[in-house]
Design a protein around this ligand. Sequence first.
Ligand code: AHR
Length: 512
Amino acid sequence: MRQSTVLLDRQFTIARTDPRLFGAFIEHLGRCVYGGIFEPGHPTADAKGFRQDVMDMVRELAPTIMRYPGGNFVSGYNWEDGVGPVGQRPRRLDYAWFSTEPNTFGTNEFIDWCRMAGIEPMLAVNLGTRGAKEAGEFIEYCNHPGGTALSDLRRAHGWDKPHGVKFWCLGNEMDGPWQTGAKTADEYGRVAVETAKVMRWVDGTIELAACGSSGRNMNTFGAWEDTVLQHSFDEVEWISLHTYLNNYADDSAAFLASPDLMDSFIEEVVAIADAVAARRRSSKRIMLSFDEWNVWYRTRRPRAARVKPGWPVAPPILEEIYDMQDALAFGGAMISLVNHADRVRSACLAQLVNVIAPIMTETGGPAWRQTIFHPFANVSNFGRGDVLRAIVTSDTYATAYFDPRGPNDPPIPLPAVPYLKLAAVAGEQGGLTLFALNRDLEGEMALDVTARGFTGLSVVEATTLHHADLKATNTKDAPGNVSPMKLAGVSVAGDRITATLPAASWSMIRLS
Ligand code: AHR
């Protein structure tokens, strides 16, 4: 059996996790809003039309911050369309997803939904077709107490108290040619800084995120961040980054290695942001908002999976069905985020319901958990605290990951991928939680952890997500097909923890 060892020390911490590290994302896209979180007339819907079966699962998933309303959608969105009497709201063509947007759900409904779920709202402003003026008006509508036309309009609409939204995204993926109103780095940097300035005049307490690259594979990656931050460094606290892991090549070993490229991406963006700071002799540190991440490939390229003809309302698009190995790659991505908790202080799983999502619903029917639900719920519920620097010793394998932007892009060589990927978090209330991905597809792994500085550890819970069939999925009729099971045989002696991880598995070991 393959052996892996890990050395931890209670004193050797990376950082305390920010609650915002465990966020997610709701976009006006497909059935994420309509038929997802919001479905008036559904048997579980409350008076506001919020599906309570979905709400219960969201509470179990435990995301902490929610990005809204896009995504690509925001780059053509007029926030004014989504407020005021529902019967008077316009129906509009949405250029991002070739759908018709009915606007029966908008900002105020989103805020209500967040409050009910106990989740912090994160709003994005449209910097595709709009600019500083409209963003200033939007924040005035949301956050200004009253006594002006727009804040009084919010009050007249039924929301007397300001929403107090703190976290704002300055547009979305402005580097992407697919974006409505895409920009060069200089064009975007200028718009971002002017918009930031105005928004902060309206509310000086907000935090602002500039758009970074929409993927590490973008041709402009690196130069984009550098230019955008040179314009906006003084006006923003955050730079965003996005990643969707893929298994286009149907190569499980490469797919499970791919989260390691998220580690590289994060470290590269940190280096660029700090280089911009160094040029200014500034001690300010820009934090990373990984505000879209997930596995997404089956419904990404084929146009029929992204666009339905006839400009329908809430079409079933991007409805990725996740399998066992998707959950493993996804779990690896969570480990990458946690292990960079010093700089990645906000992150959003994209998305929440139906659209590349951990929760699936049938419109008018039930809701169920996809495979990726489980690693997220594990880490969000039990991964908060001091992340420990883990010294991992594990055999490695060589692979190459296919992440093409163009048809001639070669695979990325990954010559030494450790079979074990692990994060260790010392809980805020004491205790220690380990998250472990065994990337060996064939064999079990003997895990031997030395946790210096911990005494009297005992196992509270040990679970593993494993299925003999890497392509196994959860469905409406078999919603528990891929679910965490008890991980037997975990033992603790002094500061040593030993366990046997199944082949191709994601495990969580909680110790008090
Ligand atoms: O999450 C789906 C889409 O992926 C988002 O709208 C966009 O920002 C990204 O390209």
